[in-house]
Design a protein around this ligand. Structure first.
Ligand code: XMP
Length: 329
């Protein structure tokens, strides 16, 4: 248990001692860990830090805007925003297998990141938001003889060919400590307490082939679901009312490339289906589906069908893990 301001000044001093006058690169994903690492390192060395934010076109609604707003505008962090949507979509065209999709997204991510960091000639360090559970996890994997670098990191386990030294200032922290640190560094509560989001993003939430049109529909449906979860209390009369967003561990929409018949006004529709998934879990190894109130589900369904042209049916996933996984792919 440590005192936050003391912790921050110690961490700042140690980062300064480590990197001296060198420049540092960090791959910002919009997730909690890389965001907190960026805020901490920026506090320590200011403009010696450059963040690279790769937008693969599979992020949530307005996520790119939000990241740029928070880091570049509010905190004054140097951020290079790379819109690589076309490149990712190009490589994903025609690919339907989930693991093949993951591989492509991971590989392209590394490629784009490398190309951008190659332009920063003075960088000597690569910063990563590795936290203590990641350290343990990769150690365990090493013992089993598989890879030692965490491959599911959004940064995809960056290759040694970058020739950079690793800076991992969160290596000793647990998730809850990282979150407290983030708030103390001035990051908004809503970002620091966000649900986890997988590195391949919407790529594993669009079943089968990923298309930009599908991603656009899914982004809007997902944003409606999340907005309603954030706006609805589990028990409004509780002493400290908790929203359904905070009462669930992960919640999102999934795009099903299946068309079903509907009616709208006088006409028939023949459009796509969206599934909603919300789970409660401690460790993400097992999970229960969340018993969301029917009124809430009904409101989300109505809004999605009315507001997102192209979706005419919404279903709710009531599968536990196991046997189902949290993501659909
Ligand atoms: P599953 O679907 O395996 O998910 O029950 C467990 C947790 O892991 C996340 N997840 C991923 N995270 N890259 C990531 O960075 C991935 O490829 C990936 N697949 C699943 C998932 O969102 C959940 O939190």
């Amino acid at each position: 248990d440590w005192n936050m301001p003391d912790y921050i000044s110690e961490a700042v001093a140690s980062i300064r001692a480590q990197v001296g006058t060198d420049d540092v690169i960090l791959g910002l994903s919009g997730g909690v860990d890389s965001s907190v690492a960026a805020a901490l390192i920026h506090r320590a060395i200011g403009d010696q830090l450059t963040c690279v934010f790769v937008d693969h076109g599979l992020l949530r609604l307005d996520e790119g805007k939000m990241v740029m707003e928070m880091f570049a505008n509010n905190l004054g962090v140097k951020v290079i925003h790379v819109d690589a949507t076309a490149q990712f979509m190009g490589h994903l065209a025609g690919v339907t297998d989930p693991e093949a999709k993951r591989k492509i997204i991971g590989r392209e991510f590394v490629e784009v990141f490398q190309a951008e960091s190659g332009k920063l000639k003075n960088a000597k360090w690569l910063a990563q938001g590795t936290i203590y559970p990641d350290v343990i996890e990769s150690a365990g994997k090493g013992k089993k003889g598989s890879h030692t670098i965490k491959s599911h990191h959004n940064v995809g386990g960056l290759p040694d060919t970058l020739n950079l030294k690793l800076l991992e200032p969160l290596r000793e922290l647990f998730k809850d400590e990282v979150r407290k640190l983030g708030v103390a560094l001035g990051l908004p509560h809503s970002m620091v307490y966000r649900h986890p989001f997988p590195g391949p993003g919407l790529g594993v939430r669009i079943l089968g082939e990923v298309k930009k049109d599908f991603a656009d529909l899914l982004r809007r449906a997902d944003a409606i679901f999340i907005e309603e979860l954030r706006n609805t209390y589990v028990d409004p009369n509780a002493e400290k009312p908790q929203t359904w967003y905070d009462a669930t561990s992960q919640a999102f929409a999934v795009f099903l490339p299946v068309k079903s018949v509907g009616v709208m006004g006088d006409g028939r529709t023949y459009e796509y289906v969206v599934a909603l998934r919300a789970v409660q879990t401690q460790d993400f190894m097992t999970a229960h589906w969340a018993h969301l109130p029917h009124e809430l589900l009904g409101k989300v369904s109505n809004r999605i069908i009315n507001e997102v042209r192209g979706i005419n049916r919404v279903v709710y996933d009531i599968s536990g893990k196991p046997p189902a996984t949290i993501e659909w792919e």
